[in-house]
Design a protein around this ligand. Structure first.
Ligand code: E4P
Length: 219
């Protein structure tokens, strides 16, 4: 399973990249607004460019237009920033049309704001390279987000779609474990949760004991 980081914060991306496990990045307008505020200003194009230079894998940059023409125009613009840009289009009627057009031009599209399996199927049929079911937001409304992922993985394997499933809106390590058990292609994970993946209290306790015992026979 590939691991992406879900952030536009370039310090977090740099820090996560040092682990050597980062396969890609996803951003969205909320994450970008947060990063611009953190920097005290800045242009989205420059930030996308910087992220694309930090991580060679796919970097999802979302369109902000909601109409077909606007999404296609913005999609072409962001795709021109770097060869690893993937255009994020929302799963709406216009978004599906834009997905079809951009994919037809060879531009990778990540269908975002996916909340049910049938939306994922439509995105795959429209040629999306990725679909992003938002599991945390489904959990927030008392629906099991990972059950949606399970159904999407099953549907895609029935028809051998090449569209990859990105488990998004990840809130905890259990989402990541479940994603791997279900055979999802990718989990996109906030920085804080990536750090949680590494940690186990028994690892820390065990290491402290080994270090103490090693001190008994090393100088
Ligand atoms: C996905 O690509 C989105 O950026 C993201 O996972 C949304 O997560 P949230 O529900 O925590 O905002």
């Amino acid at each position: 399973m590939k691991l992406f980081i879900d952030t536009a914060n370039t310090d977090e991306i740099r820090a996560a990249a040092t682990l050597g496990l980062l396969d890609g990045v996803t951003t969205n307008p909320s994450l970008l607004a947060k990063e611009i505020a953190r920097r005290g200003g800045g242009e989205q194009e420059a930030i996308f460019k910087e992220i694309c230079e930090l991580v060679p894998g796919p970097v999802s940059a979302e369109v902000t237009a909601t109409d077909y023409e606007g999404m296609v125009r913005q999609g072409r613009e962001v795709a021109a920033i770097a060869s690893n840009v993937v255009v994020k289009c929302p799963l709406t009627e216009d978004g599906l049309r834009a997905t079809r057009t951009l994919s037809g031009e060879g531009i990778g599209v990540n269908a975002t704001l996916v909340f049910q399996p049938i939306q994922a199927l439509l995105a795959a049929k429209a040629g999306a390279a990725y679909v992003s079911p938002f599991v945390g937001r489904l959990d927030d409304i008392s629906t099991t987000g990972m059950a949606t992922v399970q159904e999407i993985v099953e549907i895609f394997s029935n028809y051998a779609f090449s569209t990859e499933v990105i488990v998004a809106s990840v809130r905890n390590p259990i989402h990541v474990v479940d994603a791997a058990r279900m055979g999802a292609d990718i989990a996109t994970i906030p920085y804080g949760v990536i750090m949680q993946l590494v940690k186990h209290p028994l690892t820390d306790i065990g290491l402290a004991r080994f270090v103490a015992d090693a001190a008994k026979y090393t100088s």
